[in-house]
Design a protein around this ligand. Structure first.
Ligand SMILES: [Zn+2]
Length: 293
């Protein structure tokens, strides 16, 4: 658990970065990558990712903003691209991200179309009634935690250039549970914004990419939770842990243990809930993993 003071520094850091719209550090890093960053699979649906072509050139074309959050801009051998995370609640139809050039050139709309996708329903029985109908004191806690979760998922840093081809954080059977429209004890609740991976309590969870731990804590619905920043607006979240093995500020590498699988928070049994946010939008983690055969 981190102190409130430490957490309060987060938004100020983000604000400071936002002022430096053409961050020279970022240009230095992305102008001369040793390996071109890998890309996720593209899927222009709610909960998917749009890969937008920004053209060739030596210098970064600028910042790309979608839903008030900066999207990752990467240099590939074929040119610059923006990876735009599309939230689950995005309406199908025309959308546009905004390209803000680093020079004084006017901003440019990057139009794309979101195709409809109908996710299945899921009905779950939760033994702890309070996790379905929270008490008044729980609602205050939930509201506080929502602010904290929002800050972590919306974090943007230029510390890392993310890779988008990831290994699963735990071995185990992946469910295709992302996007499910959920009913807990027959009551409609928010859709499922991550991937559940079945694994026994105590199974080690490892970071699927380099990054820095943004926050950890015990959350009402998510149980013991870890947030990891991978840079350029890519943040991963790990929920329901039995044990947390890292703390805010820790740097992690691919394979660094983050904690152990558990059944804390609103769960029906032990599993890892894994989420991936891109420009604050929680998108389908399966887009980053090798395809299962
Ligand atoms: Zn889940």
């Amino acid at each position: 658990m981190i102190s409130a003071g430490r957490w309060a520094a987060g938004p100020r850091v983000v604000a400071a970065l936002a002022v430096l719209t053409c961050v020279p550090l970022q240009l230095a890093r992305t102008d001369a990558p040793s390996e071109p960053p890998t890309l996720p699979r593209e899927s222009r649906v709610p909960g998917g990712i749009a890969i937008l072509d920004l053209g060739a050139g030596e210098r970064s074309p600028g910042d790309v903003i979608f839903n008030d959050h900066r999207a990752p801009v990467l240099r590939r051998p074929e040119g610059w691209v923006a990876l735009v995370g599309i939230p689950l609640d995005a309406s199908p139809g025309p959308h546009a991200a905004l390209l803000r050039p680093a020079n004084d050139a006017p901003a440019r709309r990057l139009a794309f179309t979101v195709a409809p996708k109908k996710y299945d329903e899921q009905r779950l029985k939760v033994a702890e009634k309070r996790h379905v109908d929270p008490l008044r004191e729980d609602l205050e806690r939930i509201a506080r935690e929502r602010v904290r979760i929002d800050a972590a998922l919306g974090h943007y840093s230029t510390e890392f250039t993310p890779q988008f081809a990831l290994q699963p954080p735990v071995p185990g059977r992946r469910s295709s549970s992302f996007g499910l429209r959920r009913f807990f004890n027959d009551q409609p609740r928010n859709p499922h914004t991550g991937m559940d991976i079945a694994a026994a309590t105590g199974t080690p969870i490892v970071s699927p990419a380099p990054g820095r731990v943004l926050d950890t804590g015990d959350f009402f619905f998510n149980g013991n939770t870890v947030f990891v920043d991978h840079g350029l607006g890519v943040v991963t979240i790990y929920c329901h842990l039995d044990r947390i093995d890292v703390k805010a500020g820790d740097t992690v590498d691919t394979g660094t243990p983050l904690g152990q699988v558990g059944a804390t928070g609103r769960v029906t049994g032990a599993h890892l809930h894994w989420g991936v946010a891109v420009n604050r939008a929680l998108v389908d983690p399966a887009l980053f993993l090798p395809e299962e055969r």
